[in-house]
Design a protein around this ligand. Structure first.
Ligand code: FAD
Length: 370
């Protein structure tokens, strides 16, 4: 008899498995339908021995010392500040847009103060900000919107920014200085030996039994367990009874080149040209030394694994229906990005899992079942 059957060995499921096994000394069966642990953060060595991220680049960043300290129990870190360039008008320029982006693109020599005025002159006055287009145009004007955002968003979502809710681009991070870091969080590190090694340590507790290539449906009535933590798609749990929650997917093309380097930074975005949205070169992220280099090209797609919930009001309403069913389902805890139908960064999912653990402790005293 397991105390817990945990569905999904990504951050949500693995953190909870570790907490329940370590702090409550409970027996956990952790399953995943994929042939590996780590969920979307899974990384592996390719045939040439280069460390790559199977599901696209995962950069760890957080402002939470608590979350950073918690993960530090399972890994050492490599300091890494992520930088992204955009291929615009045949030039590689920093994104988020900063002083160097504008000066390079327009052949100018503006100062930070002048750039503020430059943006203000171009920003369009919009009465009520409703769409993603409104958000961007009201900050940087139409020309930069066309160059950097419109094409990228159309590729990424298959929709024009004017059709997407403002929440998709709730904030346009522009800078008037030369800071070219993609993130400004206090903690920006990559797990020194990769995410998968970190997950192995996290779920390596003797109270945790891991089974991959295992479907929830195939074990739920076979393996005795007291409670469930479900980190899969919430609509699937309820047999899609109200309809399917829509997602945008990606196709990843992993390529190894017989040369040491391909591009100057970890990620290059393609907002104007190509069918792919971005190219990642992992050696920048991992610090690995190798005579070859590994890249991933990302092609957005309507079909495939569920990656990005499509942020439209009607989809949120559909999710709320499932959420109400979830709240009325005893002994099942719904955790993680698929069960809550929202895009979250890794640190936010760790935070969600730690908060869930606190709630479990409050509502279920240790040993209550014995
Ligand atoms: P997941 O990692 O998806 O784990 C859920 C697991 O449940 C999956 O492995 C799935 O196979 C399993 N599962 C589902 N249903 C079943 C079932 N019925 N039976 C058995 N198993 C099941 N975050 C960052 O912080 N930085 C980044 O740079 C970053 N980059 C990203 C890039 C891309 C392309 C994507 C899509 C996401 C990115 N993220 C990033 C977000 C990050 O992937 C998520 O925050 C994190 O993976 C969420 O963890 P999770 O445990 O909720 O879900």
């Amino acid at each position: 008899m397991y105390d817990w059957l945990i569905v999904g060995a990504g951050f949500a499921g693995s953190v909870l498995a570790e907490r329940l096994a370590t702090e409550r000394n409970e027996r956990v069966l952790l399953i995943d339908r994929r042939p590996h642990i780590g969920g979307n953060a899974y990384d592996r060595y390719d045939d040439d021995g280069l460390l790559i991220h199977q599901y696209g680049p995962h950069i760890f960043h957080t402002n939470s010392k608590q979350i950073f300290d918690y993960l530090s129990r399972f890994t050492e870190w490599r300091f890494y500040e992520h930088r992204v360039l955009a291929d615009v008008d045949d030039m590689l320029v920093p994104i988020p847009i900063n002083l160097d982006t504008v000066n390079k693109l327009y052949g100018l020599n503006l100062t930070s103060e002048q750039l503020q005025d430059w943006f203000a002159e171009r920003a369009e006055k919009i009465g009520e900000i409703r769409t993603s287009e409104d958000v961007v145009v009201s900050v940087v004007g139409r020309e930069l919107y066309e160059k950097f955002f419109r094409g990228y968003t159309r590729k990424q979502w298959g929709l024009d920014p004017s059709e997407l809710d403002k929440s998709v681009t709730s904030r346009v991070p522009t800078r008037t200085n030369r800071d070219d870091r993609y993130f400004t969080d206090e903690f920006q590190f990559m797990p020194k030996n990769g995410y998968t090694r970190m997950f192995e340590k996290m779920v390596g507790h003797p109270n945790i039994h891991v089974m991959t290539q295992t479907e929830y449906d195939d074990v739920k009535n076979v393996v005795p367990h007291r409670r469930v933590i479900y980190c899969g798609p919430i609509d699937e749990y309820f047999n899609f009874q109200f309809g399917k929650l829509p997602y945008r997917s990606l196709r990843f093309e992993h390529v190894t080149l017989d040369k040491a380097w391909h591009q100057p930074v970890g990620v290059v975005n393609y907002p104007q040209t190509r069918d792919y949205t971005r190219v990642t070169e992992y050696k920048h992220l991992t610090g690995q030394e190798h005579t070859k280099t590994a890249l991933t090209y990302e092609y957005p797609s309507a079909e495939g694994d569920p990656y990005y919930p499509i942020p439209k009001a009607e989809n949120q309403e559909l999710f709320k229906k499932y959420e109400r069913l979830a709240q009325a389902t005893p002994d099942v805890w719904f955790v993680g990005r698929l069960a809550t139908y929202r895009y979250y960064n890794m640190d936010q999912i760790v935070g969600q899992a730690l908060a869930t653990f606190r709630r479990i402790n409050e509502s279920l005293p240790v040993g209550a079942d014995t």
